[in-house]
Design a protein around this ligand. Structure first.
Ligand code: PLP
Length: 373
């Protein structure tokens, strides 16, 4: 690679002076945690996604863990989830001793196939953790129906899907408990952080207690009603979250525009499939731009050729059940979820972020086309 080649990163946060001001205000206020910025962040977030209650937490993972605790998941229980996801969507209930059951995904949406979920239900099933992978909303209505019919908890891992819509309504507004995440590669960031939205006041009460060491409403600092965690966010992060939320519409439309640009640039390129387009029921919120390479393409060679030109890519996503600790602990092997495993071999994330330069996207598309020629 020539020393002049400018690197194009995989992702990059979108932070401006307003964010700096809001963070500085908190730093100068002396209230760095358990202060008013958190309440304000939660209010704004709940309003944005159309949920009556929101509880800010330290990460998406901690939010998913808390919902697993509230669902009462424990040893002897099974939870059905997607193999084509980030590990946290399965780890969250393993922490409580529950067993993961992986149902395969749909090869178009890359999300849980409700028929596969139904086939995986047993007498021990207690929950479904459905993921909106790459910001494409999961099949919420069929999954809710299954959960209702079999008396299961349904947890929506919307960590990648802030701003997505399912059947005309924002993810978070459907009545299902949902978790969002704010790591710096996400649509909006707080550095580290997450948010749980719920339509149930009692669930919200438990969330705010569990994230705060099990302290009870109205109790003292050293009174603990239940076994809790320190999964709090702080006011510094919450202030950044407020700044990010204020410009979320702009962020989402810039990302939408960047995705449309890639789709146009890659339209005539053989050997690669662009992400599934929206339809009447699904409006994606653009988190990453993941393409699927044809089966005969050597993905490692493509990655190497792009890297030669200073272009970062990533193998999104390995199938969770084939991770070393999953194989060791549960004996999962190849062939359990063939659709997910096939996708895992062929999908590739390209550089994608809110302020990505149009010229850089052209460079990426040209380099990809050359690698595939
Ligand atoms: C699908 C999914 N679930 C859960 C998480 C966990 O979020 P966090 O990294 O904030 O713990 C992420 C983010 O990385 C994610 O993409």
């Amino acid at each position: 690679m020539s020393t002049e080649t400018r690197q194009i990163p995989l992702s990059s946060p979108y932070v401006d002076e307003r964010d700096e001001e809001l963070v500085l205000e908190v730093l100068r206020s002396g209230r760095l945690s358990l202060g008013p910025a958190i309440d304000r962040f939660e209010e704004l977030f709940a309003e944005k996604v159309g949920a009556p209650y929101a509880a800010a937490v330290s990460s998406g993972t901690s939010g998913l863990h808390l919902l697993s605790v509230i669902a009462g998941l424990g040893a002897g229980d099974e939870a059905i989830t997607s193999p084509y996801s980030f590990v946290a969507s399965a780890n969250c209930f393993i922490y409580e001793g529950a067993t993961p059951v992986f149902a395969d995904v749909d090869e178009q949406t890359l999300n849980l196939d409700p028929a596969a979920v139904e086939a995986a239900i047993t007498e021990r099933t207690k929950a479904i953790v459905a993921v909106d992978i790459f910001g494409y909303p999961c099949e919420l209505d069929p999954l809710r129906e299954l959960a209702g019919k079999h008396g299961l908890a349904l947890i929506q891992d919307a960590c990648e899907a802030l701003g997505a819509e399912y059947r005309g309504a924002t993810v978070g507004s459907h009545g299902v408990d949902a978790v969002f995440a704010f790591y710096p590669n996400k649509q909006m960031t707080t550095g580290e952080g997450g948010m749980v939205t719920t339509h149930d006041q009692e669930t919200w009460r438990q969330l705010v207690s569990l994230r705060n060491q099990g302290r009870a409403d109205g109790g003292g600092w050293l009174d603990h009603a239940r076994l809790g965690f320190n999964y709090r966010i702080d006011d510094i992060r919450a202030a950044l979250g407020i700044g990010q939320l204020e410009k979320l519409d702009t962020i989402l439309s810039l990302r939408q525009r960047a995705a449309a640009r890639y789709a146009e640039l890659l339209a005539g390129v053989d050997g690669v499939e662009v992400p599934l387009a929206d339809d009447a029921d699904h409006l994606r919120s653009w988190f990453v731009y993941v393409v699927t390479l044809d089966r005969e393409v050597d993905r490692e060679r493509v990655i190497a050729e792009l890297a030669e030109q200073g272009i970062a890519t990533s193998r999104y996503l390995p199938s969770i059940h084939l991770q070393a600790y999953m194989r060791e602990r549960y004996g999962f092997r190849e062939g359990l979820c063939p659709v997910s495993e096939d996708l895992s071999r062929r999908t590739l994330a390209l550089p994608f972020f809110t302020a990505i330069d149009a010229g850089d996207q052209e460079r990426v598309a040209e380099a990809l086309a050359a690698a595939l020629a």
